[in-house]
Design a binder for this molecule. Sequence first.
Ligand code: KG4
Ligand code: ZN
Length: 338
Amino acid sequence: MTPAASPANMIVLGIESSCDETAAALVAGGRRILSSVVASQVEVHHRYGGVVPELASRRHLEAIEPVVHQALSEAGVSIHAVQGIAATRGPGLVGSLLVGFSFAKAMAFALGVPWVGVNHLEAHVQALFLEEDPPQYPFVVLLASGGHTGLYLAASPTSLELLGQTRDDAAGEAFDKVAKMLSLGYPGGAAIDRLAREGDPARIRFTRPYLDKAGFDFSFSGLKTAVGRYLREHEGERYAPVADIAAGFQEAVVDVLLFKLMRAARAKGCARVALAGGVAANSRLRERLRAEAAQAGLQSYIPSPGLCGDNAAMVAAAGFHLLATGQRGALEDDVFSR
Ligand code: KG4
Ligand code: ZN
């Protein structure tokens, strides 16, 4: 028998291993972070220019136990203080997900506490509630990460209505691919963000891939191709305006993301807009959303940069709501890639 998970301040252990971060966190009441540990594998994958799935799962296996240990010790709580466990079930790399998910299952059964599998995308949105001033429901949220880019209407902690999504590359994937073309290394989003600050966003105007302006879907592969074409056409030129290319590309992505986010808010009659996912750490996107939302009379919400990328506090927060509404994982539950 697992004890009923009910208290409003239930301590949940979150575990995240969907891609190249092994993370564990303790969160009380789905809101208060007691500890959040993220072990990045960047140094493992850097030289390959992207995540190598087989290497990622092996590294998760090595890291999972020490990372969970560290989360407990940084929170200053004993393992017996854990009242529920939440682990990312998908989407992500199957071999990587299995490490965290199986670890969570085994630990929950050993401790006799309830556990639940969490959708990684719902978890990213819950990062907003780990901040001082979280949004009230409903709000429209742009979730942009390395694997996903979509617009959602969030009506409750367990209800996300998909309004539109990318038909090809995710925004973060486009950042990473363009960074690779510019030899900025992997992962490239943060590198483009930094370099773009030294560039002129208006000097090189790349195409804005709006698709159907009335719809909420995205497409970033054409923009990536346009950057590649620009580089080929200007190959060998003495002056290589890398910072201007980075700034011009970033500006095109931000224009499209914000255009659709603001349009979705108007279409849904929603006065609150939010960002989530790794790309929400982008300084230009953050600054422009704040300005444009204020101008349109909308409230805007953005997680602090450290909570935008993959972490386990957001997984614990999402798991808290599932556990509180009685959801439980079953021994035969499996992970999913998409
Ligand atoms: O949410 P996340 O950590 O992992 C996934 O769920 O995919 O997102 C990672 C993505 C990467 O593509 C990375 O390049 C991008 O977020 N990213 C950024 C920035 N920081 C991370 N993109 C643009 N600007 C940034 N500052
Ligand atoms: Zn993510």
